[in-house]
Design a protein around this ligand. Structure first.
Ligand SMILES: Cc1ncc(COP(=O)(O)O)c(C=O)c1O
Length: 384
């Protein structure tokens, strides 16, 4: 018998879809992949080179649990250079992906029975981390009217005595919606008033297509911020992220990290030292521009096919589209799209329950040519 908590942990439906897509490809079908939540670009060469050098130099042993001092310094430097935030490297803990950071923070904040507010739609793993520690994730429905993000009115409506934190991602997965600086300040004030904590997942922060991004760290030292080398830096498989914690949480989080992971992968940490170098950042900025070109193509193309995308996504690499003109069962719709049109997209049910049957997520993590092919195929499918 498995532990009861496993019954609450849900799979990603898109994984089954991806497996089916791969099977169809093995049978010779051509599939356009718009379901994948990671950049199609490989890790930039300077990072790969630094990783190879680290391996050849025998950097294969554990690092301190909170990460290499040099990497924590480099991350603090990133906040100083790109953002208006002075962060002491001592408050930065390097983790196995943002996933590791999310687990540490949930473990540090959630006692059995505690609640954490999060948006629906939102990143699906978050609720499962809360379940693992015996807490209750509270899905707060958000739609285009609220900019697909929490606001202080919703926070007030859903906050109860046993609520300990609100977790937001900006830009968000699956909507690409960004929380403005003013809204972030409002949320932080609302959480502070209730003696809770604000957790901000900034994993898509540097993938922006409108306003220059801000960090919640600019607003105070009492927020938890999560970030990662996965998306903007193109290092998904290296499993490396970080968190910035309020001072009083650093020592307990360090102890938790020692116990849960010992440390983040050592070669990946050495490789990531090259992530902030000018030549790497130049490559990454070119990639960001390519994502923008893709978004600028795909958004109007999908709208003209009849998908409703009321808000222009300002970041990440996703478009969250209302597909109810074609189907009220987005799960069935994504399966049909795959089988009959050869296009893979993610059903709304992977991100929550609120209006999930009416929504699908398109990821523009493939070339412009593939996106154009995908749009042609969808056009033919919905016309038929
Ligand atoms: C919003 C969000 N947070 C966290 C993660 C976890 O990323 P990683 O563990 O690769 O850093 C993802 C991955 O898709 C995500 O979309």
């Amino acid at each position: 018998m498995t532990a009861r908590r496993l019954q609450s942990i849900t799979p990603f439906h898109v994984m089954a879809l991806l497996a089916r897509a791969r099977q169809l490809e093995a049978e010779g079908r051509s599939i356009v992949h718009m379901e994948i939540g990671e950049p199609d670009f490989d890790t930039p060469a300077p990072i790969v080179e630094a990783g190879i050098q680290a391996l050849q130099a025998g950097r294969t042993h554990y690092t301190p649990a909170a990460g290499l001092a040099a990497l924590r310094e480099a991350i603090a430097g990133h906040y100083r250079q790109r953002f208006d935030a002075e962060v002491s490297p001592g408050r930065i803990i390097v983790t196995p992906g943002a996933s590791g950071a999310l687990q540490l923070i949930t473990a540090a904040l959630v006692d059995p029975g505690n609640r954490i507010l999060m948006t629906d739609p939102g990143y699906p793993c978050n609720r499962n981390f809360v379940y693992l520690y015996g807490g209750s994730p509270v899905a707060v429905p958000v739609d285009a009217q609220q900019g697909y993000q929490l606001d202080s009115a919703r926070l007030a409506a859903y906050w109860t005595d046993n609520t300990v934190a609100a977790l937001i991602a900006s830009p968000s997965n699956p909507t690409g919606a960004v929380v403005s600086r003013a809204r972030m300040a409002e949320l932080l004030a609302a959480v502070r008033e209730r003696d809770g904590r604000l957790i901000v997942d900034e994993i898509y922060q540097n993938l922006y297509y409108r306003d220059k991004p801000h960090s919640a760290l600019e607003l105070g030292d009492d927020v938890f911020v999560i970030n990662s080398f996965s998306k903007y830096f193109g290092m998904t498989g290296w499993r490396l992220g970080w968190l910035v914690a309020p001072e009083e949480f650093v020592a307990p989080l360090d102890i938790l990290a020692q116990n849960l992971f010992l440390a983040a992968p050592t070669p990946a940490q050495y490789a990531a030292l090259a992530a902030f170098e000018p030549q790497t950042l130049a490559i990454l900025e070119q990639r960001r521009e390519q994502f923008q070109t893709r978004r600028d193509y795909l958004l109007p193309a999908l709208r003209s096919l009849g998908f409703d995308i009321p808000r222009e996504p300002e970041g990440a690499f996703y478009l969250y589209a209302d597909c109810s003109r074609f189907s009220e069962d987005s799960f069935a719709f994504t399966n049909e799209l795959l089988e009959h049109a050869g296009v893979a997209v993610t059903p709304g049910i992977d991100f929550g329950t609120y209006e999930a049957g009416r929504h699908v997520r398109f990821a523009y993590t493939t070339s412009l040519e593939q996106l154009q092919l995908g749009v042609e195929r969808i056009a033919r499918f919905v016309a038929a």
